[in-house]
Design a protein around this ligand. Structure first.
Ligand SMILES: [Zn+2]
Length: 412
């Protein structure tokens, strides 16, 4: 047996080690549309070399806990780290690193290893009585093969064409996991069960998994991935070893975006705005930054001028955008307001704005102060909740504009 059994008294993974492990590569992989093809999946834990090395070392020593919870937004690379770890566990040649050439490693590169299982949030398809990720596995495999493992729920929602449906992890998934893990591993080694977006587990789903997380079958590794620990039950947290995945260093994001191609200025903006989240950085590269900014400026000028007629016309335009772009715009407006207040309170170095936005923000910031900023944030957040809750877009934006008119004129 290449691996010693895992124990519940495993040492914490936070043991510091040098990032010298040969299983980790710091170089940016080519982005040729076949992200995982022909390369070790471990090579794509961009900017997370130190953590990848620590996990690899614990796997090699057999000191991994049997249930890990990797926290941090998906764009930081929790899934990339997980794939690397699973590949190493399944490799037939080496237990210190995946060889990249054995049949197991090749199956991993295609996301087709029979003992690597994925559960992720899905919506119930029309005409079906269960929401199961196994029904959507082709979509999952397709998006990971194409975009690599730094995909987040925005990407998945779009690919699964969810529209306004909210994805979740149903109790039927928990039953599926129980059934799968009760069977013998195909290759006779480790079974790895990945739960991506674990914060989307329903309470009954989580409760059903508790026993399995407490006492999993032999040679089973659970890896739960969640944005944060807040939405998870304490009983789940207590059964997992929590590992925080840090933001990807700016320099590593920059190298990756440069390898994928793009204008220098757009890359610089994306790097400074993405907060170490590669999925967000890629989205920033794609969004029409100018259109978003122009719309914000026009809206703010309209509100400041207290032009009710124009505000009504703008509300119609916002309405026609649809729900996801509305949410995105409100998030952007919130971001702009926050950056102004950060700048006003002397933390100029902490301001995260694109070059074109900074000029406007310098003037606009004069209208944002301690007397209105809290209310401004709260009406934007409320509007975002209303949009998410399916309130009629025109009503939300008209109401928001009327309140904004009052707030912008409020004295300091
Ligand atoms: Zn191998």
């Amino acid at each position: 047996m290449r691996w010693t059994a895992t124990t519940r008294s495993s040492p914490p993974v936070s043991v510091q080690r040098d990032a010298t492990c040969g299983s980790v590569c710091g170089g940016a992989p080519p982005h040729d549309g076949g992200y995982l093809r022909g390369m070790g999946a471990h090579r794509v834990a961009i900017g997370q070399e130190a953590l990848a090395t620590r996990l690899a070392r614990h796997a090699e020593e057999g000191s991994l806990a049997h249930a890990l919870l990797l926290t941090g937004v998906p764009g930081r690379g929790g899934l990339a780290l997980t794939l690397a770890l699973a590949k190493q566990l399944h490799c037939q040649q080496s237990n210190a690193a995946s060889c990249g050439t054995c049949p197991s490693c090749l199956q991993h590169d295609q996301l087709q290893h029979p003992d690597l299982h994925f559960t992720f949030p899905v919506a119930k398809p029309a005409g079906k009585d269960k929401a199961l990720s196994s029904d959507q596995f082709d979509v999952w495999r397709e998006i990971l093969t194409e975009k690599g493992p730094h995909v987040d729920m925005h990407d998945l929602r779009e690919r699964m064409a969810l529209g306004n449906k909210q994805p979740y992890i149903s109790v039927h998934e928990a039953q599926d996991i129980q059934r799968r893990l009760s069977l013998t591993a195909h290759a006779g080694g480790w079974k790895v069960q990945v739960i991506y977006g674990a914060q989307f587990m329903r309470v009954d789903t989580a409760n059903k998994l508790l026993k399995l997380l407490e006492e999993p079958p032999k040679k089973t590794l659970f890896v739960l991935l969640a944005d944060n620990t807040e939405a998870l039950l304490a009983t789940i947290l207590s059964r997992t070893q929590i590992i925080s995945v840090p933001p990807i260093p700016a320099e590593a994001v920059r190298r990756q975006l440069e390898a994928e191609g793009g204008a220098e200025e757009a890359i610089a903006d994306a790097v400074s705005l993405c907060d170490g989240d590669l999925a967000e950085a890629r989205r920033l590269m794609q969004t029409d930054a100018a259109a978003e900014f122009d719309m914000f400026v026009e809206w703010m000028r309209t509100c400041y001028a207290q032009d009710g007629r124009k505000a009504a016309a703008l509300a119609d335009r916002f309405h026609d955008l649809g729900r996801e772009p509305q949410k995105q715009f409100l998030a952007y407006a919130l971001h702009m307001v926050r950056q102004c207040i950060v700048g006003n309170y002397g933390a100029k170095a902490a301001v995260r704005l694109r070059a074109a936005e900074a000029g406007f923000a310098r003037k606009f910031a004069a209208f944002i102060h301690h007397g209105n900023v809290v209310d401004m944030q709260s009406i934007l957040e409320r509007a975002a909740r209303e949009v998410a809750g399916n309130v009629y877009g025109r009503t939300v934006f008209l109401d928001l504009s009327m309140r904004m008119m009052e707030l912008l004129r409020r004295p300091k």
